[in-house]
Design a protein around this ligand. Structure first.
Ligand code: PMP
Length: 414
């Protein structure tokens, strides 16, 4: 960690960039301009070093050995759980379950909570802007159990109006599952208010926070959601580790999702009993080094300050709006006033894939495609968009490089 809290007079993006080795590299003979942060974040050295420190100095399996090395590894793993607890302000560390990623966290809820507490005719409410990870697990449940999926439409700015949601929920609603932040439009959804409305009709709420935790402070007690899911890798942490937060009483009532080693208390050939929370949901050897890396990533963003990060990223978004507004034939999708720093757009002159390829020749990495949100693409009436998503290390110059690249691409294709 090279930036201490009291040193932070203003956000010094050059110093931040120096923490990320990859950002000083080149791509196709140009400085790398990495604008695909919604897909995954680059890793600061402290994250890489935290993982290496586990492997080099403190590596053993956790929750098993009586020897000191295993106890140390266990302590580090459980410390990471406490770091996550504090980061999202859960009540208890055992409300934090380590998974592989947000996708697995949502699958865990669908398989365990869904299969055991939802019945034919019960309704699950989703929104039109969900990522496939928060659609397909519920479709599986629908096909298996006969639950009904209802979808809240978005408005023209890419927001989810609470009134539209309220119209769709009722006594049959058992679960509302929605993104905290859209991975295509950047819209920040009013999840606390929606949770209140859902609780009024007795429904549980799952918030998919995959696109939120790296941009805004998250307080699960304040939101009061029953489940909150996110991945480590988008938060500048390692791949292979994700988080499912759930309220203690909900986790207590849920049966295990996967079974095997680590998650049992006793096993005979007749019967097994489960370990206490959270181990009941962590079958097999968990992501030991990755959890340490995630804790380092959380420490990193917390030291920079999510408020400072958000302010910096807002400047990037403002510049992107300014510059993109003068690119000929550009249509922007998602203009909610409450949004994180990403822009989704199409250009009249060419398919998003062709534009992305032209940008790539200049070392600019942006995403083109359906972004795992095909129902949203259908709603927007396009097969794909280009998406530039900004992170804590991006600069105003990089926004200009993107806009210049787009202007060059327009000239090439017209
Ligand atoms: N939900 C949203 C909103 C996402 O943006 C993503 C990743 N693109 C996911 C879920 C799934 O995340 P992961 O692939 O890390 O499981």
């Amino acid at each position: 960690m090279t930036i201490a809290k009291d040193e932070l007079v203003s956000y010094d993006v050059d110093r931040v960039r120096a923490d990320f080795a990859i950002l000083s590299g080149t791509m196709r003979d140009h400085p790398l301009v990495y604008l695909d942060n919604a897909a995954s974040g680059q890793k600061p050295r402290v994250v890489v070093e935290a993982e290496r420190a586990v492997y080099e100095n403190e590596y053993a399996n956790v929750h098993r050995g009586l020897y000191q090395l295993s106890q140390r590894a266990t302590e580090r793993y459980e410390t990471a759980r406490r770091v996550v607890r504090r980061f999202i302000n859960a009540r208890h560390p055992h409300e934090i379950v380590f998974t592989r990623n947000a996708t697995e966290s949502i699958n865990l809820v669908a398989a365990s909570y869904g299969r055991n507490f939802l019945q034919a005719g019960d309704e699950i409410v989703l929104t039109e802007l969900e990522h496939h990870s928060n659609i397909v697990p519920w479709q599986m449940l629908r096909d298996e159990r006969g639950v009904v999926i209802k979808v809240v439409p978005i408005d023209g700015r890419g927001e989810v109006p609470v009134a539209a949601l309220t119209r769709l929920i009722g006594p049959r609603t058992k679960l509302v599952a929605l993104a905290h932040v859209s991975n295509v439009l950047g819209t920040i959804l009013p999840v606390a208010e929606i949770t209140r409305r859902a609780h009024d009709v007795g429904a549980k709420v799952l918030v998919d926070g995959a696109q939120a935790v790296m941009h805004l402070p998250v307080d699960v007690q304040d939101i009061d959601c029953d489940f909150y899911a996110f991945s480590g890798h988008k938060l500048y942490g390692p791949t292979g580790v994700g988080v499912l937060y759930a309220k203690e009483e909900v986790l207590d009532a849920m049966p295990p999702y996967q079974v095997g080693g680590q998650m049992i208390e006793t096993v005979t050939f007749e019967k097994s009993t489960w370990a206490p929370l959270p181990r009941k949901f962590e079958a097999g050897t968990p992501p030991i080094a990755q959890a340490a890396g995630l804790a380092a990533a959380i420490h990193y963003v917390s030291t920079l300050g999510l408020k400072h990060i958000a302010e910096h990223e807002h400047q990037l978004l403002t510049r992107a709006y300014q510059r993109l507004s003068s690119v000929p034939g550009l249509t922007l999708y998602g203009t909610a006033p409450e949004k994180t720093a990403m822009v989704s757009f199409t250009l009249d002159c060419a398919h998003p894939h062709d534009i992305a390829q032209v940008l790539d020749t200049g070392g600019i990495a942006i995403r083109a495609g359906h972004h795992c949100a095909q129902p949203l693409m259908a709603r927007l009436g396009v097969p794909a968009t280009l998406r530039a998503s900004f992170g804590l290390y991006n600069t105003l110059d990089e926004v200009d490089i993107l806009a210049d690249g787009l202007e060059r691409a327009v000239k090439m294709f017209t």
